[in-house]
Design a protein around this ligand. Sequence first.
Ligand code: LIP
Length: 258
Amino acid sequence: MNTLTQAIEEIVRAAGSMMRDAFNDPDKPAYSLKGRQDYLTVTDGAVERFVRAEIERRFPGDAVLGEEDGGAVNAQRLWIVDPIDGTANFARQIPHFCISLGLLVEGRLEAGAIYEPMHDELFIAQRGQGAWCNGERMHVSELAELPAATMEIGWSARLPAAPYLALVLRGMEAGCSVRRAGSGALGLAYVAAGRSEAYAEAHINAWDVAAGLLLVEEAGGRVNDFWTPEALSQGNPVLATNQRLAAELSVLTGIDLK
Ligand code: LIP
């Protein structure tokens, strides 16, 4: 732990307690829909404002890009935050959501954390320093057989259903246990933790993956080259896998790995 990762941990843990308090509040937080199946709660906005204030206080001059209030996409030091990833779960009282906070320095992920407050799980990584879950070193699974593998495939209403269903079918026909739990960030964290062998999605936003992609790399896994010039403004496909199934899963999803 150093001052950077300590600061990241303090920020996401404080944000997590805001989320947990709201989730457990008898007067459930109000929510609306930004679009089809695209939930927004008052807590998303409150948490993002908190994170922005903390970054401003601790790292003056750094830029922030957030899911709710946008921000810079071409800063030298850029913090990327999804205040609540898994907002639909949070809004519907399903305890599977997290905050995701990542730091890009000159376009390269340098540090990041995902905190899941309902189970008090902190996933954190700094480039070259490994990936950790609650202080325990993480490593992707060694599983090498698709018929024993678990794969999460994300979905959002940003794309038509047919390609999603086709990918699910390919995964199931290959023998994978295919799931979708509603938080892309936690899906990536679980690959890093060895709890599943892959997370794939045909389109996802930078704030959903800005911590999880580093977690997977630092846990010895493989990821696609998400950070293209348009990644921050438009998003991209994402694939993260363990080592031993990387080639097969890249072919199955049609997403190249780095
Ligand atoms: C997420 C989506 C993503 C989806 C995840 C999650 P949000 O973000 O952007 O594409 O697959 O399950 O829903 O809206 O919860 O922050």
